[in-house]
Write a protein that binds this ligand. Sequence first.
Ligand code: ADP
Length: 409
Amino acid sequence: MTTANQGTRVLVLNSGSSSVKYQLLDMRDASRLAVGLVERIGEETSRLKHSPLATGGATREQNGPIADHEAALKAVAAELAVDGLGLDSPELAAIGHRVVHGGLKFSAPTVITDEVLAEIERLVPVAPLHNPANITGIRTAQALRPDLPQVAVFDTAFHTTMPESAARYAIDIETADAHRIRRYGFHGTSHAYVSRETARLLGKAPEDVNVIVLHLGNGASASAVRGGRCVDTSMGLTPLEGLVMGTRSGDIDPAVTFHLMRVAGMSADDIDVLLNKKSGLVGLCGDNDMREIRRRCDEGDEKAQLAFDIYIHRLKKYIGAYYAVLGKVDAIAFTAGVGENAAPVREAAVAGLEELGLAVDGDLNAVRSDRPRLISPEYARVAVAVVPTDEELEIAQQTYALVSPALNS
Ligand code: ADP
């Protein structure tokens, strides 16, 4: 049974196939009490890294085999307990889970019941890499605290407002519906958070601004947000579509797939690995870290320069496309590892778009900060912003809003 309690803490869990990232937040002031990561679950060389921010203590590390997600979560619970933040604390209000695929059904955070879990399971065929790990994380957390509300926050939810004209592929409609083939989009928690924070930076309500959000991490996606609602996004049925990414190709003629099957004798699985793991920046130049690529570009490395140019070309195409989709744009927001840190990417993506009201101020763009900030010159018609994303905070806030009796009374 799940009952709302008076706690003010939320544990956010992001369970991957071999990792669990977690943060414990106090929702009274959105402060982080602890953050950590368990990696290489199921291997001999598993590692747990735990930073007890509440006490200001040093980061602790455990190395050695952690067999499965259950063992991982138990190890996390033990680390939290060391600092009096254990999972059995009455202060814990809920556990918020990042769930990658919510299909069409879940357009909002949802308290997890048996039916909800069954629906997340039904979506495994469209998210075979992600949903199984998320389900394992949920089951494990439920076993540890069966009395506590567990909330699913879906990566796809923010994109469920896309009109059919943007969400549908132009393929046989019966085939598409039979197999739930459509554009779902991902990184939604980040796009939601960043588009709202961008409005705040402009001193406006989200309903009053149109924003293009460029989430450029190792995975990368763009979205067009009109008045706080997503109207288009670059990832599709899976996170493979759209921008050039660290290891994913992004947009590609689907005929490349059958060509490789027929001409190179590759299997569907081979091509899946090629396009998801061996393409994008790493496929083009051997590196997927933008810092390394920029360093090589500065040394005159032609392969790295070509990879950078292809990355920027695609980015620019999406800025143009979403400008047209929105009609009027108030701001473009760069976020995630590359977007927040790589000034040359921001400069190059916007270069030559002055006719669209877009420009970047060199000095402002060079500033390094973890705060939301404008990097466009004052005269520019469209604001260009750097807005650090915070998916964990967004998951915690959405979770807390759903379970807190104070907020729901
Ligand atoms: P994800 O969550 O998708 O794994 P992140 O949003 O953490 O990715 O982004 C990771 C990427 O950010 C790295 O692969 C690297 O390319 C880029 N990055 C991080 N720091 C910098 C930096 N200082 N300059 C340029 N790129 C950076």
